[in-house]
Design a protein around this ligand. Structure first.
Ligand SMILES: C[S@@+](CC[C@H](N)C(=O)[O-])C[C@H]1O[C@@H](n2cnc3c(N)ncnc32)[C@H](O)[C@@H]1O
Length: 358
């Protein structure tokens, strides 16, 4: 005898979250942006509320999870900025969206291991409203601190995790995508026509209503110093190129990428590429000098990551670990295509990684 195996709401994802989203829809539709916000950041059941999302046992890998080398290179970049500012004490690193703190730990270990004045001047603040880390050398906060007199604001894959508005170009022009529950699954509905400067003439595309304000707020966190941001993204003309018919929205579930945001709701990551032109404009409006975008591959190579691999030749297991990590971090089809942008204020010259004089 066959049993009734219908999983009900669990067929769409985390049943408590699916129920909460259906409740908010109240028989109607919500914008895709709100759907993405609830899926990722619902106060109780959102995807990022639980630890363990990033890493081999989670759904996707970020650069700090590959090897501490990434954090060592970022640490050296911060030390360069500290030197360029005249070695201020204290020197504050602020990292919004720090996750469980892999970058913070690697960077602090690197500074501690070298010892000296930079390590003594360092103070590290992580802003993480969801599942924060536990490294006790880090000050963990849910919201922004007061601006630091001198320091660096870092982010890695923060902007690509911000909820986006989704549009589809129809005969009438771009219409916003909404989401409703049809009794069995989340399905799309269409909103009114919107006017968006420079929007693609066909297909789907995303607009971030939060990226500009987030970057502006990051720039305001340091009076003198820099912002350094790593994220998947393109300048607007590439992001909204007419040939890109499906936009950039991607879902990650157990290390498999796919394009269905309405599956595994609350159990998969949702991400969209970032408009880098918008980030650079926000930096410039905040009084910073903007650099980039550079690819992560070019940035890390110029910073000397290859030397760390060669430096481990006498320890073969570590040599092969670093060599593999270097390949992953600079892979042009993977993490290496992440773009790096920086903004500086009160710092002379081109920062390392952006093609300045060697
Ligand atoms: C893709 S994860 C990246 C985590 C970490 N930076 C890494 O590279 O492994 C994005 C992180 O940004 C956090 N986040 C999202 N919106 C945020 C906000 N407005 N302020 C601070 N953190 C935020 C999320 O909770 C999540 O931990």
């Amino acid at each position: 005898m066959a049993l009734d195996l219908d999983p009900g709401l669990a067929g769409a994802g985390n049943p408590a979250l699916v129920k909460a989203i259906i409740g908010e829809m109240d028989g109607g539709a919500i914008s895709f942006e709100r759907f993405m916000e609830l899926a990722l950041y619902h106060p109780e059941h959102g995807y990022y509320r639980k630890p363990g999302r990033i890493g081999t046992g989670g759904d996707f890998l970020t650069s700090p999870a590959i090897h501490p080398m990434f954090g060592w290179a970022v640490g050296a970049w911060c030390e360069w900025t500290w030197e360029a500012l005249g070695r201020p004490h204290p020197f504050t690193i602020i990292e919004p969206g720090a996750g469980e703190g892999a970058l913070a730990t690697a960077l602090l270990d690197w500074a501690e291991g070298r010892g000296g004045e930079f390590a003594e001047a360092l103070r590290y603040i992580a802003i993480e409203p969801n599942a924060p880390g536990s490294d006790r050398r880090v000050e963990w906060r849910e919201d922004a601190p007061a601006p630091a007199a001198a320091g660096v604001v870092l982010s890695n894959e923060l902007f690509d995790a911000l909820p986006v508005r989704l549009f589809e170009v129809q005969e009438r022009g771009p219409v916003e995508v909404y989401v409703r529950w049809d009794g069995e699954a989340f399905v799309e509905a269409r909103g009114p026509v919107a006017t968006i400067d420079g929007a693609p003439a066909a297909g789907r595309f995303e607009v971030s209503g939060r990226a500009h304000a987030t970057m502006a707020a990051m720039c305001d966190l340091v009076e003198r110093g820099a912002v350094l941001t790593f994220d998947y993204g393109y300048p607007v003309e590439e992001l909204w190129a007419d040939w890109r018919r499906q936009g950039t929205l991607l879902c990650f579930y157990r290390h498999t990428a796919h394009e269905s945001p309405y599956l595994h709701v609350g159990e998969q990551d949702l991400t969209a590429h970032v408009n880098l032109s918008e980030l650079e404009l926000a930096m410039e409006l905040a009084g910073m000098t903007a650099f980039g975008p550079a690819t992560q591959a070019a940035f890390l190579t110029e910073a000397g990551l290859g030397g760390l691999v060669e430096g481990a030749r006498d320890d073969l297991p570590e040599y092969f670990t670093r060599r593999r990590a270097f390949q992953q971090l600079t892979d042009a089809a993977g993490l290496g295509r992440i773009r790096v942008v920086a903004g500086t204020r009160g710092v002379e010259g081109v920062p390392p990684g952006f093609g300045g004089p060697a």
